[in-house]
Design a protein around this ligand. Structure first.
Ligand code: AMP
Ligand code: ZN
Ligand code: FE
Ligand code: FE
Length: 281
């Protein structure tokens, strides 16, 4: 059996593994294919391409975008995107600036509570263009201001906690169009985490290609529910670990093993769309 992990983060966003370390884990676990889905970034794809080629693993370039529909947040995974696509790179760069400004706002909120974290310490630790809340949490731990990451999220960073700052998001329609014009497929990430069921029909109408049915935080019953929804709407099925590095001493990569036949179906859909684009005037 060949398996894939289609939801992975590196230190080009809020993961802690470098592309080479991530591929090392993928090779150790015997994956046939891996996709990189860094938040608002495709920058790690070049090094993933080289590392996967050296390990004889098929690489699928991707990204994870934060979007919204009727005030519901959803994450969109874009796969097989052209990582040189100008519009994709321009939009991603805008959201990276949003992320950087948001870090400053979150740090200001933390400072108001008398906790002396410095924004520069967060940026130095993040060392990437796409910083996020996990970097703030890690900087708080590193500075000895909280005991662990859970405390950082519980006290400051979780939604509606004092340093939670909403992030400007693209609409789901904009996200879908952005990925499609870059030649990619759009998949709704971990629907079981965002409670997005009621918006699925509208997102399907907008051009959604698939659903991430298998995810570390989906129970067997949750995966089953989304497999039924995927079947009902004729959507692709994907899955991945959402590995961000070591979590409680172990990397999450390996917890989800997507049968490779789903990757073949994704490639068939891309091929079909590209050949339709060639024949249409
Ligand atoms: P951001 O994109 O900056 O809003 O950060 C979102 C990321 O933070 C997610 O991808 C998770 O990796 C992480 N995250 C969100 N909530 C928590 C939590 N309660 N504990 C630990 N990590 C979290
Ligand atoms: Zn993340
Ligand atoms: Fe996500
Ligand atoms: Fe993710």
């Amino acid at each position: 059996m060949k398996f894939a992990d289609l939801h992975l983060h590196t230190n080009f966003s809020d993961g802690t593994f470098s592309p080479e370390e991530l591929v090392g884990h993928g090779a150790r676990l015997g994956f046939a294919a891996m996709a990189l889905t860094d938040h608002d970034s495709v920058e790690g794809c070049a090094r993933m391409t080289a590392a996967c080629a050296a390990a004889d693993i098929e690489f699928i370039p991707g990204t994870e975008l934060t979007a919204e529909h009727n005030d519901t947040e959803l994450h969109l995974l874009g796969y097989f995107v052209d990582t040189q696509n100008k519009k994709l790179l321009t939009e991603i760069a805008k959201f990276q600036v949003v992320r950087q400004n948001r870090i400053r706002e979150m740090v200001a909120c933390i400072n108001q509570l008398g906790v002396p974290l410095q924004a520069e310490a967060v940026f130095a630790l993040a060392n990437c263009k796409s910083p996020g809340r996990p970097h703030v949490a890690r900087a708080l731990v590193k500075a000895g201001l909280v005991a662990n990451l859970d405390e950082a999220f519980e006290r400051f960073l979780k939604k509606n906690r004092p340093a939670w700052v909403p992030k400007a998001k693209m609409s789901a329609l904009e996200g879908i169009e952005l990925v499609h014009q870059a030649g990619g497929l759009v998949i709704m990430a971990h629907p079981g985490l965002n409670r997005t069921d009621e918006i699925i029909p509208a997102i399907v109408d907008a051009g959604l290609d698939g659903i991430e049915c298998f995810h570390t935080k989906h129970s067997t019953a949750t995966s089953g529910r989304y497999l039924e929804i995927a079947d009902k709407y004729h959507l692709l099925v994907t899955g991945g670990s959402d590995c961000h590095g070591f979590s409680k001493g172990k990397p999450l990569i390996g917890t989800v093993k997507l049968p490779y036949e789903h990757v073949e179906k994704m490639k068939a859909k891309i091929a079909e769309r590209r050949s339709a684009a060639v024949v249409s005037p």
